[in-house]
Ligand binder design. Structure first.
Ligand code: RFL
Ligand code: PHB
Length: 389
């Protein structure tokens, strides 16, 4: 078997890359370890930058997002017992869209199916080979048969725990990491959201976030100890803890109900450099992880594959390697700005083991400055809505 680009991983990065390449006439083949239902069952990101939506539009997969997505002009910051609105549209002219990662993935899967492109689900033991030569290939096992896929390039879109980054010899890669001493406990419930915009709350008991998937489905998070288990968090305990971290107005309008999903996610900042190893590229979570506080993970996966697809288009259409040679530096420049932003949002909003006294006062001073200064509001806003590509 042969293809131009072998893509490992059918998450948002792999699927979007596949559609972008297809739209440029570059054939590609996706190998995914899990089943489609498993991939669709992962409740993750919920917030899209305009640039991400534009990429979905470019590949014809944005129709439902425009119909069902909720466009938000701002967010609210809650601290010191009251709430403060940040008008991002006024500051930047841009908005963000609430549209779940599961919906993005489903729309991209359907677009891929409609285009008749190959995705092998439940591909076991996927391995990239010879990417430091001109003849890379990928092997995998499906239904006990081993297959070999020859290709021009390999795109490692296989997430943080994938095989692509792990296949690079340690001397060729440098990693940078910060692990945060807490996690996010998240629940999804069939209840109307507490507010029409997101509320990020800094509270002495820990961070809380009120977000949503639709006007009937809410998503809430509370900061929790890393070693907590969801069994320790029956729904009643979750709702009680959330209420303690919100302002009175929010508590009065909060509608609670049974959770339909509950999970704990650790928080981490991680970057691998470079993002290209000969004829293999990394994109999305395979190369970098950010804590969810700035809502950047999925949006970075989208900007990476935008850079990568345009580099590959240049290679095939113009017979120029300039794009692929510049891919890593171009992607990393945007990645590090989002890593900084997510780290900063996380630092400002969470309780750390040493956030008492001085640390808490500094957080409050920063939040007060943020809501009181036009320049600070503009800086937060331009990062939150997404820096230009
Ligand atoms: P994914 O989604 O992890 O997909 C990788 C795919 O590769 C497959 N795979 C393999 N396939 C074949 N062989 C192997 N050896 C393989 N190993 C792995 C996996 O099965 C999977 O299908 O990575 P991708 O595509 O780079 O997408 C990244 C995003 O999923 C991630 O950054 C976001 O979910 C992060 N994130 C958020 N991002 C945002 O932009 N906005 C948000 O609001 C937001 N909220 C969040 C988040 C992540 C969260 N968690 C749980 C980590 C909220 C949470 C709670
Ligand atoms: C979400 O909707 O899950 C979400 C939104 C914004 C964030 C993180 C998660 O910063």
């Amino acid at each position: 078997m042969r293809t131009k680009v072998a893509i490992i991983g059918a998450g948002p990065a792999g699927l979007l890359l596949g559609q972008l390449l297809h739209s440029y006439g570059i054939d590609n083949f996706i190998l995914e370890r899990q089943t489609p239902d498993y991939v669709l069952g992962r409740i993750r990101a919920g917030l899209l930058e305009e640039g991400t939506v534009a990429l979905l539009d470019e590949v014809g997969a944005g129709v439902r997002a425009h119909r069902e997505g909720l466009v938000h002009d701002g967010i609210e910051l809650a601290f010191g017992g009251s709430r403060h609105r940040i008008d991002m549209k006024a500051a930047t002219g841009k908005t963000v869209m609430i549209y779940g990662q599961t919906e993005v993935t489903l729309d991209l899967m359907n677009a891929r199916k409609a285009a008749g492109l190959t995705t092998v689900y439940q591909a076991a033991d996927v391995k990239p080979h010879d990417f430091d030569t001109d003849h890379p290939r990928v092997t995998y096992v499906k239904d006990s048969i081993t297959y070999e896929l020859d290709c021009d390039f390999i795109a490692g879109c296989d997430g943080f725990h994938g095989v692509s980054r792990a296949s690079v010899k340690p001397s060729a890669i440098e990693t940078f990491e910060r692990v945060y001493p807490f996690g996010w406990l998240g629940i999804l419930s069939e209840t109307p959201p507490v507010s029409h915009e997101l509320i990020y709350s800094n509270h002495a008991r820990g961070f809380a976030l009120c977000t949503m998937r639709s006007m009937h489905r809410s998503r809430y998070y509370v900061q929790c100890p890393l070693d907590d288990h969801i069994d320790q968090w029956p729904d009643d305990r979750f709702w009680d803890e959330l209420k303690r971290r919100l302002d009175q107005k929010a508590v009065d309008s909060l509608v609670t109900g049974p959770s339909i999903e509950k999970s704990i996610a650790p928080l981490r900042s991680f970057v691998a450099e470079p993002m290209r190893f000969g004829r293999m590229f990394l994109a999305g979570d395979a190369a970098h992880i950010v804590p969810p506080t700035g809502a950047k993970g999925l949006n970075l996966a989208a900007s990476d594959v935008h850079y990568l697809s345009s580099a590959l288009r240049e290679y095939y259409d113009e017979k120029s390697s300039a794009g692929i040679d510049g891919y890593s530096a171009r992607a990393l420049a945007r990645v590090w700005k989002a890593v900084r932003f997510s780290w900063w949002m996380t630092s400002m909003l969470h309780r750390f083991p040493d956030t008492e006294g001085f640390g808490a006062k500094i957080q409050l001073a920063e939040l007060n400055y943020l809501v009181g200064s036009k320049a600070a509001t503009a800086s937060l806003s331009e990062n939150y809505v997404g820096l230009p590509y």
